[in-house]
Design a protein around this ligand. Structure first.
Ligand SMILES: C[S@@+](CC[C@H](N)C(=O)[O-])C[C@H]1O[C@@H](n2cnc3c(N)ncnc32)[C@H](O)[C@@H]1O
Length: 273
């Protein structure tokens, strides 16, 4: 498949967006954190990271910081969790909600983390690499700040795994290609995580695909932006010529109780030798 790789995805440049758009993104991240299907993904990631009391952990690309807050309980007593994100606006929201002295947040770039080598016992990055132009440089940086024997855990979506039933096939393939695949920097990132960890020299690499499925468009909208009606038409996320047929088909399938949408998110982890 040939496609033009977008220079940057919106998630790489949240601070350049108007505040209402930022608020929409932060709200979407929080809805995601509360979603039962995403909780399965995060439970798999927590098993893979295997946090222990007293450990120092990093969540790189932490967004508004819910995972860092969840991890604080796992490292108590004595541990510490640091959340870093490129977006100052996201870090401001995360800091406002921290409420736990074991969690701190800072603005920072995953490609150039402001930490000494081998600072952390465990490092994670969730749905960040798909937005980056140099994901392997990002993985190398995560490995650099992980101590020998520490774990690196990656979580990412495989947008090419999107599948559906109850919607017209030709419309679906144009939507998947036009809206999801063409607009993602790294649409297959999820399935590549294991290989990237192996190539980065980690050992005992494990991976787990977590399928998420939805039968209600509003539920699906939490994870699959194609079903998110609050993204305005003018944003151009859905190709203009597909806007009307898409929503008509979604409504028809939902009204008939026939909608099914599936996407796989991968969790992969390994140990720094
Ligand atoms: C889809 S959000 C995921 C946020 C969070 N990990 C979660 O799962 O809810 C992607 C996040 O990655 C951040 N990000 C993108 N590129 C980054 C980079 N080079 N360094 C640090 N953070 C980055 C964005 O600011 C955004 O908060």
């Amino acid at each position: 498949m040939t496609r033009e790789v977008p220079e940057r995805t919106p998630f790489a440049t949240i601070d350049d967006m108007p505040p209402p758009m930022q608020a929409m993104i932060f709200d979407a991240l929080e809805r995601m954190a509360a979603d039962p299907q995403m909780r399965r993904v995060r439970a798999a990631a927590q098993r893979a990271l295997d946090p222990r009391p007293g450990q120092r952990l990093l969540d790189a690309g932490c967004g508004v910081g819910e995972v860092a807050r969840d991890l604080a309980a796992a490292v108590a007593p004595g541990g510490q969790v640091v959340g870093v994100d490129a977006s100052a606006a996201a870090i401001a929201v995360a800091t406002g909600r921290a409420g736990d002295a074991r969690v701190t947040y800072a603005v920072g770039d995953l490609l150039s983390l402001d930490f000494e080598d081998q600072t952390f016992d465990g490092v994670r990055a969730e749905r960040v690499l798909q937005h980056m132009g140099e994901p392997d440089a990002g993985v190398a940086e995560l490995v650099r700040v992980t101590r020998a024997g520490g774990r690196v855990c990656l979580v990412d979506t495989d947008w090419l795994s999107l599948a559906s039933d109850g919607l017209p096939d030709d419309l679906v393939s144009r939507m998947w290609q036009g809206a999801m695949v063409a607009r993602q920097h790294q649409p297959t990132m999820g399935r590549t995580l294991r290989r990237r960890l192996v190539r980065a020299g980690l050992v005992d690499v494990v991976c787990e695909p977590v399928p998420l499925w939805f039968t209600d468009p509003d539920d699906a909208s939490t994870v699959i932006p194609l079903f998110n009606r609050s993204i305005p038409r003018e944003a151009g996320f859905i190709p203009e010529e597909l806007w009307d047929p898409w929503w008509a088909a979604v409504d028809r399938a939902a009204d008939a109780g026939e909608l099914l949408a599936v996407v796989t998110i991968w969790v992969a982890a390994g140990v720094r030798p």
